[in-house]
Design a protein around this ligand. Sequence first.
Ligand code: LIP
Length: 269
Amino acid sequence: MFSQFDISELKVALYEAAEEIKKLQSEAQISSKTSVVDLVTTADLKSEEILINKIQKIFPHDGIISEESEPINKNSNRKWVIDPLDGTVNYANNIPQVAITILLVEDSIPIQAIVLDIYKDHIYEGYKGYGAFKDGLKLKISKKTEMKKAIVATGFPYDRVLNSKQYIPTFETILKNSGGIRRFGSAALDVCWVADNKFDAYYEFFIKPWDILGASLILDEAGGCVEDETERFPSMQSKLIIASNSSIHKEFKELVLNNISQDLKTKLF
Ligand code: LIP
């Protein structure tokens, strides 16, 4: 169905990476990156190796930005942004909420994205100007219009251990003004679940582009709204993501932007 898009060429590698991740589940070795709560496993690295090898074989001149590696062909105007395993903390704790994201960015614009939910075996796809799909069927976003009934997903960056207080005012505001908060991770699946009529909104500070940009394209194409701290569609430099089903977007965005702690504001703006 989507064979005309470049990203389709990578689907076999995507499923191969997912199988490797599942196979390594019981024996994956875990180590820490920026802090004890920021993890990488041998499965992240194996998945990344499979995806990078395939991209380099099919599109040797394209750039690659991947979570666990140095950038490749930095100056190319076509770049693949990869998260080989989103939800590493879930994975390391046997929580089956794990995804792989591949995104193609051309001249800084996200144009084709796939997020694979590896344990439920659902594939989310988004194509700029062509729509968004789950397992080949058009995604149907939630129609909820009341913020007080909205289910909001969020997550916290790894510096939460040192700077937990700065995330509280926004969190408390959403707690008071929504139908409920969920913190599942992976961030990519959180955003795809807004597109898939499960959550109604999502926000997170300092989430990385490989975690979120692909899913943002999918949500945008499904009819949702995704903005960053500058109130524009997210870019590789975004520091805050505010995403929703679009009907509640104005109210949700104001709640988030008007309730950011002073400490956090100085880091964002
Ligand atoms: C994580 C996301 C999680 C988010 C973290 C982090 P990782 O990705 O899945 O939802 O809150 O900040 O980015 O590191 O597990 O691949």
